[in-house]
Design a protein around this ligand. Structure first.
Ligand code: ADP
Ligand code: MG
Ligand code: ZN
Length: 500
């Protein structure tokens, strides 16, 4: 009998807000321990939480981005348990009345489109962080009370590869929507993986096994690549799997049992008496919905359709939203969007990467002398599109110069390099460096006559029917013109002269 995997993911995402969920403390990563704290997020007795509207807005926005329903009633509940990094001894979360419900995510998978249903995306709060030293442990409450959104999927995923693609698609959507920076290195996205197996062709779900607290997408994939065969082998041996929670050991590459259902918590959920239920108005919902951006996949498909871009180009603009906006701003005004895309992808990106690399190399050298220089940290930021010395219109001008054959494509490379470095206009650079092609037929006729006179062999070959011999004559004419003759005109004139 063959078995298949059934996977559902609970993805926790830190929201991009200035302040925490219930107080005015900064929602910032990397501050010294316990510096972004106050009586509210330290859970001192008698304090009152005040909900962060921006966090609510971003949760509901996520609902719109994930095609969810937005209930007109939501509330916060206390989930009670004890853990040293959770000062209130309960976590505030939306238990049975979340801010969003039933949606879906679509993404490319296996050459087609996959759709995973979303059960809900609800708002809760992050906890502090414990660190275990050799002789003692420390708790940092900077993260306590940071707005955390949990996106729960239906058990629609069927493989580790699919789970991986789903997570990446979700991340792209949240970044593009401005909901979260999704910086994995800073722990902004964490995932609980639920997985069971069942005989192929059956509907009933097997015992759910949850792998807690995964902090990388590749970790999720590896954990599933271990866990799925483990479960299949177990049931094939006749073992009965039971609902349980496991831990992923990233070094050993295995999952280990933490606890079974019998010792599951009773969280004693109840509505938080300090927080009013939420009843978003039409006006507020309309405002949030207006913030919903185009999804990355939709943008990719639209760019292929509207600008006839090949899939590779559209993919670049899908995963780099700012670059996509830059492209589209130009493509709308251009008769040749593909040429615009080529300049951006083949030339601009390469130049930006090189400039950023030399900048960061320069910084490293200087860093040895001065450790905490703010201006250095600033300059280590990547050079962005907004910092370009030339205006976007210059790129259109450049494309037009090639298109109307004022300059050759190799001259255009020179022009681009110069305009990237100095911000000068393409026309000025062409003028200054004398790069304009010669399109004056009289001058080209003269070069052609010279080339024909000086190269009797290719001329004879061509007249004898060897069409390729024309290339060598073309090359001669280009040489005589110092590369400036318009190659298309050269071809036409040579042919006319040789046939005549
Ligand atoms: P809990 O209440 O314990 O959190 P839920 O039923 O809400 O459990 O499901 C949590 C996650 O587990 C969801 O993403 C869901 O799709 C997934 N899930 C539920 N049952 C199974 C199962 N049998 N196999 C795999 N995933 C499951
Ligand atoms: Mg769970
Ligand atoms: Zn606080």
């Amino acid at each position: 009998m063959d078995y298949e995997a059934v996977i559902g993911l609970e993805t926790h995402v830190q929201l991009k807000t200035k302040s925490k969920m219930w107080c005015g403390c900064a929602n910032a990563f990397g501050s010294p321990p316990n510096t972004n704290v106050c009586p509210v997020c330290l859970g001192l007795p008698g304090v009152l939480p005040v909900p962060n509207e921006e966090a609510l807005r971003k949760t509901v926005l996520t609902g719109y981005l994930l095609n969810c329903e937005i209930p007109r009633f939501a509330k916060f509940d206390r989930k009670s348990y004890f853990y040293p990094d959770m000062p209130k001894n309960y976590q505030l979360t939306q238990y049975d009345r979340p801010s969003t419900a039933t949606g879906f995510v679509e993404f490319e998978f296996n050459g087609g489109l996959a759709r995973v249903r979303i059960t809900r995306a609800h708002l809760e709060e992050d906890v502090g962080k414990s660190t275990h030293f050799e002789r003692h442990s420390g708790v940092d409450f900077n993260r306590a009370g940071v707005p955390l959104m949990e996106i729960v999927s239906e058990p629609d995923l069927t493989s580790s590869a699919m789970a991986y693609e789903y997570l990446n698609a979700l991340k792209d959507i949240l970044i593009q929507g401005g909901v979260s920076d999704c910086d994995m290195e800073k722990g902004m996205v964490r995932c609980d993986v639920n997985v069971s197996v069942r005989p192929v062709g059956t509907r009933e779900l097997g015992a759910k096994i949850e792998i807690k607290n995964m902090n990388s997408f590749s970790g999720v994939r590896r954990a599933l690549d271990y866990e799925i065969p483990r479960q299949i082998e177990a049931v094939k041996r006749g073992e009965k799997l039971v609902q349980s929670t496991r831990r992923w050991d990233d070094v050993a590459g295995i999952t280990e049992l933490m606890r079974t259902k019998e010792d599951a918590h009773d969280y004693r959920y109840f509505p938080d008496p300090d927080l009013m239920p939420l009843a978003p108005t039409d006006a507020w919902l309309a405002e949030v919905e207006s913030l919903a951006v185009e999804l990355p996949l939709a943008r990719k498909q639209r760019f292929m359709r509207d600008y006839q871009l090949p899939v590779g180009d559209a993919e670049v603009f899908k995963s780099n939203a700012a670059l996509g906006n830059y492209f589209e701003g130009l493509a709308r005004q251009s008769k040749n969007p593909k040429a615009v895309a080529n300049w951006i992808i083949n030339n601009l990106l390469a130049k930006l990467a090189a400039a950023n690399e030399s900048r960061s190399r320069g910084d490293e050298a200087q860093n040895e002398n001065s450790e905490l220089d703010q201006s250095l940290l600033q300059s280590a930021l990547p050079i962005a599109l907004a910092d370009l010395k030339f205006p976007p219109s210059a790129l259109l001008e450049l494309v037009a110069l090639v298109e109307n054959r004022t300059i050759s494509s190799s001259a255009a490379q020179q022009v681009f390099t110069e305009m990237f470095a100095t911000g000068k206009s393409p026309a000025a650079i062409v003028q200054e460096k004398g790069l304009a092609q010669v399109s004056d037929t009289g001058a080209i006729e003269k070069y052609c006559d010279e080339a024909i006179a000086a190269n009797p062999n290719p001329v004879a070959d061509y007249r004898a029917g060897k069409v390729a011999a024309l290339n060598s004559l073309k090359g001669q004419v280009m040489k005589l013109s110092k590369g400036k003759a318009n190659p298309a005109l050269v071809g036409e004139i040579l042919e006319r002269k040789l046939k005549g």
